[in-house]
Design a binder for this molecule. Sequence first.
Ligand SMILES: *Cc1c(COP(=O)(O)O)cnc(C)c1O
Length: 349
Amino acid sequence: MGTATLTIDLDALAANWRALDAASGKGVITAATVKADGYGLGIGPVARTLHRAGARKFFVAVAEEGAAIREALGPAPEINIYSGHMPGDTDMIHDLGLVPMLNSVEQLTRHLEALPRHPYGIQINTGMNRLGMQPAEWLAVADIALSGAPTLIMSHLACADTPDDPMNAAQLALFGQLTDGTGVPRSIAATGGILMGPEYHFDMTRPGIGLYGGQPFEAANPVAHLSLPVIQTRDLEPGEAVGYGCTWVAEVPTRIATLSGGYADGILRAMGNRATLWHEDVPCPLVGRVSMDLLTVDITHLNDDPKHLDLLGVNQTVDDLALVADTIGYEVLTSLGPRFARRYVGAGA
Ligand SMILES: *Cc1c(COP(=O)(O)O)cnc(C)c1O
């Protein structure tokens, strides 16, 4: 097969949700953030697996993403929209029963006028300055906003992957000040917030990356395994170069394998001359630049030519690979391209 295979372990995904649910504590609802096609792993199988594991509330970035979950899971699960009620989204929010997290007085007005009895939540900006009502804006409209019985009041932490950052405590304190006594369910924790402890859990947590095997959830089971087929192999003499720009030159007799997969597949060009592929437990260095569709790997030390090499798996997590390209596991996952054959394994497959 000429195309690489991305294997998605649905048992690992379910186990990660159960572990984060246990870490969220008794009486706290553990939702699931499944935006960006389930962090690149496929919204249908991801949503069905999380639902089977016990998740009943889901979060996506935009209303369009809610449609795929509705189709996969039917009418019952709650689907929440971080971007709130955008112009033009009213029909979709109504017809699919989506719950917008309203981010401004403008969105609150739009929602109450267009869909007066339709559920909504409120997002408050506690310092990340990305989404949500300003504290003063919230206080000015709180009576109106609360009169419609919102399903949730939420905010988002800017620095939850660095627990010692004083920003976390500051956001927590402000969130409490703005929402204590409202009687409405509250949520501030994503994966990082769950790991910071119970004072961050409130009534609901909304993990994303930890479900998919990424940091800061150290104990996560790896979910994505990526195996790239070897197209051909060749021997180089000392002095011969590999790839665009001839950036890597053999110093000794070298055997090179050319693999199917490149930057068009989300194997970031910044990984050129830096990343490692794996033949079972044996590391093999990526040499030369990453091309659009191809990688070149030094396999001189292997006894036999391999049929494929692994880029993601037990020996190399999304975060290990991210480090090589100065990025984060989130970007590695959501960059994984549409050309890969996606294979789902585990009980939910
Ligand atoms: C993406 C996102 C999450 C999930 O965050 P993770 O770090 O992936 O757990 C939660 N809340 C909001 C507002 C988000 O944008």
